[in-house]
Design a protein around this ligand. Structure first.
Ligand code: COA
Length: 340
């Protein structure tokens, strides 16, 4: 249980990070065996070489628990006063998946809920977690981004089946001071619902129940208008990034690391180009993990912290874009952490 007591001049400070992908690896050649595509097309058009897929029976909560445990370990404390799970692939439509995840992490009793903002879910989750800390609901929040996208992708749709994949990443945020390393900067968020049709799963909600007579084949699956999505992704991430950097009082030239949602390597290059951020300052794991939805940024942060791509003191810009359409960006100076 938790009560609200706003505390002034509090910041949400990064205290732990962790990531996990299911062991089953799917190569481009594996996909080419049953889809009209090729390793060469996938590599050159998306930058993806492999991705991970859940095994039968494995759900989003299983991914979330693994990443959540690693983030708590990395923070050196297995307690959290709230659990927020950003996901598009909850274990079921009701109830939320976060309470299950909290309970499995030994945190039954704390506030726990899901955030639904597709690939921008982690950025929305950061703002939500910061709010829980600012209002005194929690001193420490476990924020997890987890998606089992392969469970909603149409395996016969070559434009999505080659891109979307499964994984989880998590961070622990604790109450601290705005001037500390790891303190979250201002979070920029936006949506444009006039373009919600560009990325969607038509059936399964209240408008079109999966089993309704009107249901047509394919509508239970994730659908994307790739070309339009591409253009909006670049525009929105670049604009949100500029706004977040300005709101933090930084300059773009002072950004040491760009951690952008791993949507497509060409999108990542275009965003970095627009912002004038050199390629070597851009973190990327899309070649190995594909687009893991809400997991993308925290998984990238966890892997980069582990492999030395991200070090204490790096001024880091985070930005994401996805269905909604929704987008966001924020900044933080990477703190000294043990990678989970
Ligand atoms: N293998 C081979 N050919 C493919 C293919 C695949 N996996 N997927 C699409 N194609 C084909 C198309 O059918 C099309 O063929 P046509 O010209 O005969 O009609 C051709 O490639 C070009 O299609 P287009 O959609 O213009 O390709 P693209 O270069 O835009 O790449 C995406 C397609 C999906 C990779 C790209 O649009 C993309 O990454 N979009 C954004 C994805 C994204 O960010 N999504 C989510 C945000 S979270």
């Amino acid at each position: 249980m938790s009560t609200t007591e706003p505390v002034e001049d509090r910041a949400a400070v990064l205290a732990g990070v962790g990531g996990w992908v299911p062991p089953h690896v799917v190569t481009n050649d594996d996909l080419s065996a049953h889809l009209d595509t090729s390793d060469e097309w996938i590599r050159t058009r998306t930058g993806i070489r492999t991705r991970h897929r859940v095994s039968p029976g494995m759900a989003t909560s299983d991914l979330a628990v693994e990443a959540g445990r690693r983030a708590l370990d990395s923070s050196g404390d297995d307690r959290a006063g709230a659990v927020v799970l950003a996901t598009t692939t909850p274990d079921r439509i009701c109830p939320a998946t976060a309470p299950d995840v909290a309970a499995r992490l030994g945190l039954a009793g704390v506030p726990a809920f899901d955030v639904s903002a597709v690939c921008t879910g982690f950025l929305y989750g950061l703002a939500t977690a910061a709010g829980l800390i600012a209002t005194g609901v929690a001193e420490r929040v476990l924020l997890i981004g987890a998606d089992a996208f392969t469970t909603i992708v149409d395996p016969t749709d070559r434009s999505t089946a080659v891109i979307f994949a499964d994984g989880a990443g998590a961070v622990v945020l604790r109450a601290g001071r705005p001037e500390e390393p790891g303190a979250l900067g201002p979070v920029v968020l936006g949506t444009d619902g006039t373009l919600s049709h560009l990325i969607r799963v038509p059936a399964g909600g209240s408008r079109q129940r999966s089993l309704a007579a009107t249901h047509s084949p394919g509508e239970q699956f994730f659908q994307m208008e790739g070309r339009d999505t591409f253009r909006h992704a670049v525009d929105r991430m670049a604009t949100a990034s500029r706004q977040a950097v300005a709101a933090a009082g930084w300059s773009m030239g002072g950004v040491d690391r760009l951690a952008a949602h791993q949507a497509n390597a060409r999108i990542l290059h275009a965003v970095a180009d627009r912002l004038g951020i050199p390629a070597e300052h851009q973190l990327s794991n899309i070649a190995e993990v594909g687009n893991t939805g809400a997991a993308s940024i925290p998984l990238l942060l966890a892997q980069s912290a582990a492999d030395g791509g991200l070090e204490a003191g790096h001024r880091t810009l985070l930005t994401a874009f996805g269905g909604g359409l929704a987008w966001g960006a924020t900044t933080l100076t990477w703190p000294k952490l043990s990678a989970g």
